[in-house]
Write a protein that binds this ligand. Structure first.
Ligand SMILES: NC(=O)c1ccc[n+]([C@@H]2O[C@H](COP(=O)([O-])OP(=O)(O)OC[C@H]3O[C@@H](n4cnc5c(N)ncnc54)[C@H](OP(=O)(O)O)[C@@H]3O)[C@@H](O)[C@H]2O)c1
Length: 237
């Protein structure tokens, strides 16, 4: 029954995307994580368990982060926020959305940028983000316009830091699907490889506009879903 539903839910676009996500070459490049709070350090620990090296930055200097990182992300290398894009193949944005005005787009220019951010409750937003969303765009579409010199991919936002940090055998056994949305196919495939290496099953869901389905108000957010269940929810939304 589930298989029939899934087949019905598969459009031509899905099938094209499915063939792209067949690249399961392990991801081994160094990544940058901007934000060293609950989400950023959970991703750093998950990356360490699968051998992906991490540079991490917060609003504090590397020396000010020393004791924090010794406890929460001991294998990550602390760098200054302005240097997060140096010597890495992609950067994961894991700062609160209300702090995005303090992130210099130039420091991320030319990079693949994973937008893992969410809005919580009535958190005040930067004016450009509030205006773009009021105009009907998904938050990632607006963030992509703001960081227009980067190639943006929405991913890793709809899983909690607790689940990101589960042990790698649990992650593999769950075969939990995580969505990847982008207007840039090559970058989406790169991010899908990272998601797969972390022990999840990536699902390329199409363009950034679909990112709104992954946001906190949606049915996908914070749910442990298989590939079939994720695709079904995407098509029903
Ligand atoms: N928590 C989750 O389960 C989860 C899961 C997926 C996605 N997310 C998303 O990830 C983002 C962060 O959430 P969180 O729970 O990790 O928040 P958090 O615990 O409050 O941590 C926020 C981090 O962002 C850093 N930061 C703030 N402004 C910065 C700037 N301009 N440059 C560099 N770093 C900056 C902070 O630096 P300092 O430490 O120096 O203050 C802190 O390390 C949010 O958008 C959230 O929606 C969270």
């Amino acid at each position: 029954m589930v298989a029939t539903t899934t087949l019905k839910a598969m459009t031509t676009e899905d099938k094209n995307l499915s063939s792209l996500q067949g690249d399961t070459t392990p991801f081994t490049d160094r990544i940058g994580i901007l934000g060293a709070g609950r989400a950023g350090t959970a991703l750093a620990r998950a990356a360490a368990t699968v051998g992906v090296p991490v540079n991490i930055a917060s609003s504090r200097s590397p020396s000010q982060m020393k004791y924090h990182l010794a406890q929460y992300a001991p294998q990550a290398t602390a760098v200054a926020a302005k240097d997060i894009g140096t010597d890495v193949s992609l950067v994961v944005l894991m700062v609160p959305q209300d702090d995005l005005d303090d992130v210099d787009p130039e420091s991320l220019a030319g990079l693949t940028l994973i937008d893992a951010t969410n809005r919580w409750d009535d958190m005040p937003l930067p004016i450009w983000l509030e205006d773009g969303q009021s105009a009907g765009l998904s938050s990632s579409e607006v963030i992509a316009e703001h960081f227009h010199s980067s190639r943006l991919v929405k991913a890793l936002n709809h899983i909690s830091h607790w689940d990101l940090d589960s042990d790698s055998s649990t992650r593999q056994a769950q075969q939990r699907a995580l969505a990847v949305a982008s207007d840039h196919k090559a970058e989406a495939v790169l991010v899908a490889r990272l998601v797969s290496t972390l022990g999840f099953t990536p699902v390329l869901v199409g363009k950034l506009a679909k990112g709104s389905l992954l946001e906190p108000e949606g049915e996908i957010f914070n749910q442990v879903l298989s590939v079939a269940q994720l695709r079904t929810l995407l098509h029903e939304s």
